[in-house]
Design a protein around this ligand. Structure first.
Ligand code: GGG
Length: 326
């Protein structure tokens, strides 16, 4: 039995999680789900965005399924990734069937270092001056670079591109770039190159097919994965997984989307595909494929949520997907 700690979180988190649970329940897998609080509401209620009970449950679980974080993202999801040492954030950007997007056929994946950089939380403020400390270590850079190359091999991908800004941040980005270049030598079967992050953003918009696997530091990875999601139809369709040696957290790339929260119109595709990443993590490859196929067939049918031009509610979309699993 796999123990899944479920955290719906803030904003649309609860709606997309309910929809996803409905799909998962159809699979009858040996999973036990326990629900926990975290996020802005938990901060209000308990004075702690990540209550101790939730953190302990996540540590004891086989996986965490996470909905969305709002204003407390740094104290909830960023902290959880650090506490559980899920050092790699895998964010695929794949054009799905039935989706009108800028780049049909695109299939790239962003591998984001998850434990350090400016998101480490070392921020200080004194007398009108605010500062943030950027931590980049050889150890974490080696670990994420190796992860990216191994992922490329595992998925039959051809190329890894490291993104950095080593001409300006000579010490931190310089170390990251140098380590990626060193690790690349161990993987002569995979093509490697590196770009400055600013140039890479232009290439991503103008010619994204030059990318396959992107590996980068924490904050650049956060930004560039939203950009990549935009190339294939938007955040409503973008899943992600945070993985480490012992733990895994599965969360869509999108945030709480407070502007549409509570209206029942959020697109649950990203959350459902995130659950598919969890299924693959546990070795349920056929089940993952089946759900992904059901999602794409539903998208092709045009029975979709308003963000994609349809008029289905979040749960109606999930019902359509679930009905294809019978
Ligand atoms: N980019 C969409 C979004 O708002 N995601 C939630 C968020 O900011 N998470 C923090 C993170 O991914 O580091």
């Amino acid at each position: 039995m796999k123990r899944i700690a479920v955290i719906p979180g803030d904003g649309i988190g609860k709606e997309v999680m309910d929809a996803t649970m409905h799909v998962l329940e159809k699979l009858n897998l040996p999973f036990s789900y326990s629900f926990y609080e975290a996020g802005d509401a938990a901060q209000e209620k308990y004075g702690k965005a990540l209550p101790d009970e939730t953190l302990e449950a996540c540590k004891k679980s086989d996986a965490v399924l996470f909905g969305a974080a709002g204003e407390t993202a740094a104290d909830v999801i960023v902290r959880l990734r650090q506490e559980l040492n899920t050092f790699a954030n895998i964010r695929p950007a794949k054009a799905l069937r039935g989706i009108k997007c800028l780049y049909p056929g695109l299939n790239i994946v962003v591998v984001r270092e998850n434990t350090e950089c400016l998101y480490r939380g070392f921020e200080f403020e004194f007398d009108g001056v605010s500062e943030a400390v950027r931590i980049i270590t050889r150890q974490a850079s080696e670990r994420i670079a190796r992860y990216a190359f191994e992922l490329a091999r595992r998925e039959g991908r051809k190329k890894v591109t490291a993104l950095h800004k080593a001409n300006v941040m000579k010490k931190t980005c310089g170390l990251f770039r140098d380590v990626c270049r060193e690790i690349a030598v161990e993987y002569s079967d995979i093509e490697f190159n590196d770009y400055y992050i600013d140039a890479a953003c232009m290439y991503l918009v103008m010619d994204p097919f030059r990318f396959d696997v992107i590996v980068t530091t924490n904050m650049f990875g956060d930004i560039v994965s939203d950009l990549a999601a935009g190339l294939v139809g938007g955040l409503g369709l973008a899943p992600s997984a945070n993985v480490g040696e012992k733990h895994a957290i599965f969360e869509p790339v999108h945030g709480a989307a407070f502007d549409i929260a509570g209206k029942g119109i959020a697109n649950p595709t990203a959350m459902i595909l995130t659950a598919c990443m969890m299924l693959r993590h546990f070795g349920y490859l056929d089940e993952a494929k089946k759900v992904e196929e059901a999602v794409e067939r539903t998208l092709e049918s045009g029975k979709v949520t308003p963000d994609l031009g349809g008029n289905l509610t979040t749960m109606e979309f999930a019902n359509e997907v679930a009905s294809l699993l019978d």
